[in-house]
Design a protein around this ligand. Structure first.
Ligand code: HEC
Length: 98
């Protein structure tokens, strides 16, 4: 187990640094670090990657309809989507416990 974990992740592993670099076109609406700066756009910071990936795939294939997001997701590859999802998931957000 330890040996396995020590292996470099060579497979299709999502790369949050790459995702951050790819997120430049997203910043106008979703903010530099995933806190949206327009009211119509959702915050993405801290959202789990599985959910984000699914939404981006749905925008890309039209299952989820939204004029802007369908356009934004169209050129994304599977690797882009994984990297972007990993980047937004990696941003730490904290919520007061009470
Ligand atoms: C021009 C503004 C704009 C840009 C640029 C933009 N988005 Fe969005 N995004 C939106 C809006 C508005 C929504 C809400 C869509 C809806 O109401 O269904 C959204 C929704 C999303 C969602 C769904 C979030 C959820 O909670 O379901 C994801 C994921 C997302 N955007 C990722 C991205 C990524 C990644 C990029 C860059 C490649 C990007 N967006 C670029 C405006 C934008």
């Amino acid at each position: 187990m330890v040996a396995l974990l020590a292996l470099p992740s060579s497979k299709v592993s999502a790369d949050s640094a790459a995702g951050q670099a790819k997120s430049t076109p997203c910043m106008t609406c979703h903010g530099q670090r995933g806190i949206a700066n327009m009211v119509e756009a959702p915050n993405l910071a801290g959202q789990n990657a599985i959910y984000l990936e699914l939404q981006l795939r749905h925008f890309r294939n039209g299952t989820r309809q939204h004029e802007i997001m369908n356009l934004m997701a169209k050129p994304l590859t599977d690797a882009d989507i994984s990297d972007l999802a990993e980047w937004y998931q990696s941003i730490k957000v904290s919520v007061p416990t009470d």
